[in-house]
Ligand binder design. Structure first.
Ligand code: KIV
Ligand code: ZN
Length: 418
């Protein structure tokens, strides 16, 4: 039987601090970026893309500070993005210098649309890419090259530019779906094609970088792994421009679910994921939908039919436990759609272990009245009050009838004595 140790490692490159910050409503302070980098280390990401140092002096000093903080931490690679402008490559190298393990990530647009916008020929683009990679190579062995908009680039040109950059010393070759337009089958096909057609590809790590414009970012990343990718680029909470980047937690959940099939594993400490996601959401003030993969509602149910089956067997409606990812389930929600099984289960959680069928009926009916009237879920505290009142009422009834019976008995005895 295959164990986790037999599986190949997929490198997780987190670009929350670079591509994630390209989301229009996200802006981190220097302190926040430094803190996020240290949390990403805790989460277990292999590569932190800390920013784009050539963009501004502030960005330079922030990435530089992060590089300093990782001066004695060779297990995490600090990476920075840079265009193919050679002066900028030198600057980026200087910025990353203090990090124990550093990567320079250079990129250039390769698709017809990007070539036209750059006003460059294919040959010029290859020349720029080669030059940037060789320049980066003077500073670190670990150099990544990205063909921006690779997904819309002609395969033969991709082959050419990847072969040229591998020759120049690139150790990671990244294939971005910059506009988020591809679908999984095509991504897998492309990666398989690259694996068997690009000379030297076996010497480098093949990487996928997806945007989520059609909602396919995670599926495309998993498809790329099936095609041979061994690095996935993603962000916490899937933050990123337009519809965002691939969500790190979603990729990890998929690898957890399909790891046997894919033959891969990651180094991620999954229990830190949800706490970190929440912390980031508080930092950015960008809320998280409750119904996303592994979201707040992953283990929460309110339909009566679902609650009834869930009470017997959790696997009827759940494939994962958000507790594994550091989350907490809200359990059953009681509203107008819920049933008696759901109410019984909530009562149990509230400490009302053994209510009779009649008591349950009365509590359930009362809950439905409240839910209909307020058009909201009944808060647990109110369910507790309803249950307490019901049990007290039954207790009072029982003691009243016992009193009656005793009075009656006494009368009878007296009568007998007389
Ligand atoms: O989306 C993209 O193409 C990128 C690259 C620069 C890696 O972010
Ligand atoms: Zn991107």
């Amino acid at each position: 039987m295959e164990t986790q140790n037999d599986r190949e490692r997929v490198i997780i490159l987190d670009t929350s601090l670079r591509d994630g910050e390209q989301q229009p409503d996200i802006e981190y302070t220097q302190d926040q970026k430094i803190k996020i980098a240290s949390l990403l280390e805790k989460v277990g990401v292999d590569v932190i893309e800390a920013g784009y140092p050539a963009a501004s002096p502030g960005e330079f000093w922030t990435v530089n500070k992060i590089a300093h903080n990782f001066a004695n931490k060779p297990n995490v690679t600090i990476c920075a993005l840079v265009s193919t402008v050679v002066d900028h490559v030198h600057k980026t190298a200087a910025c990353l210098q203090p990090a124990a393990s550093k990567r320079i990530h250079t990129y250039i647009g390769t698709s017809p649309q990007h070539r036209a916008a750059l006003n460059k020929t294919k040959e010029e683009i290859i020349g720029d890419a080669q030059l940037a990679v060789s320049c980066a190579k003077q500073y670190t062995d670990d150099v990544q090259f990205s063909a921006e908009d690779a997904i819309r680039t002609e395969r033969e040109f991709l082959k050419e530019i990847f072969e040229a950059t591998i020759k120049a010393g690139a150790t990671t070759i990244n294939v971005p779906d910059t506009v988020g337009k591809q679908r999984p089958k095509k991504v897998e096909e492309l990666f398989k094609w690259l694996k068997s057609n690009v000379e030297g590809i076996e010497k480098v790590t093949l990487s996928i970088h997806c945007h989520n414009d059609l909602g396919n970012a995670s599926a495309n990343s998993i498809a790329a792994i099936e095609g041979g990718a061994r690095q996935v680029e993603c962000t916490m909470n899937g933050y990123g421009e337009r519809a965002g980047n691939t969500c790190l937690k979603t990729v990890v959940m998929n690898i957890d679910e399909y790891g046997d099939d894919l033959g891969v594993t990651t180094n991620i400490n999954r229990r830190h994921l949800i706490p970190m996601e929440r912390l980031l959401a508080r930092t950015t003030n960008v809320g998280l939908p409750t119904n996303r993969p592994g979201g707040e509602n992953a283990n929460t149910h309110k339909s009566g039919g679902h609650q009834s089956k869930m009470s017997k067997d959790k696997s009827t409606y759940e494939i994962l436990d958000i507790g594994e990812y550091g989350g907490r389930s809200k359990g059953f929600i009681i509203d107008k759609l819920s049933g008696r099984a759901g109410v019984r289960s909530v009562l149990k959680d509230l400490g009302f272990e053994s209510v009779t069928k009649t008591q349950l009926n009365n509590i359930y009916n009362e809950c439905m009245m409240v839910a209909d009237k307020t058009n909201k879920a009944v808060p647990k505290s109110q369910i507790k009050d309803i249950a307490t009142k019901e049990l007290e009422a039954r207790f009072n009834e029982a003691s009243a009838s016992q009193d009656n019976a005793q009075t009656h008995n006494v009368g009878f005895t007296r009568h007998m004595i007389r």
